[in-house]
Design a protein. Structure first.
Length: 135
């Protein structure tokens, strides 16, 4: 159980911490490199998978004690939303790259900004719920 918690924590910091960098690059597209952003998206999706697997492992190890709490249920729904926002944002960036339009002038930049900001806000909400356990 402690090994799972360590993997979970390291993945949260090193993998999901990159979500903020995506939002920053989408806000300042002149500084961004679309190919680099795509690599970050790949790291983030694998981090989400690892978070899910280690999270389920920790739940199993604790006999599913948190499963019935509202803070956990809401955090899990946000986690699913984070997966969805990630998929939409990554797909949008792939369309931008395929079109050959520079990121700063792409008509899809607004959508990319919105999705990456939603990813960041959703991640903050998950952390607040998982750490604060308010209800």
């Amino acid at each position: 159980n402690s090994t799972l918690a360590v993997i979970h924590l390291i993945t949260a910091v090193s993998g999901l911490g990159l979500i903020t960098s995506l939002a920053l690059m989408a806000r300042k597209p002149g500084w961004a490199n679309a190919q680099f952003m795509l690599q970050i998206f790949r790291i983030v999706v694998w981090s989400l998978v690892i978070m899910l697997v280690t999270g389920v492992g920790m739940l199993w190890a604790t006999d599913w004690t948190s499963e019935h709490t509202w803070w956990f249920r809401i955090a899990f729904m946000f986690f699913l939303a984070l997966f969805a926002f990630h998929g939409i944002a990554q797909g949008t960036l792939k369309k931008i790259v395929a079109s050959g339009t520079p990121l700063p002038t792409s008509p899809l930049l607004g959508k990319l900004r919105t999705m990456t900001m939603l990813m960041s806000v959703t991640l903050v909400l998950i952390v607040l719920l998982m750490e604060g356990k308010p209800f």
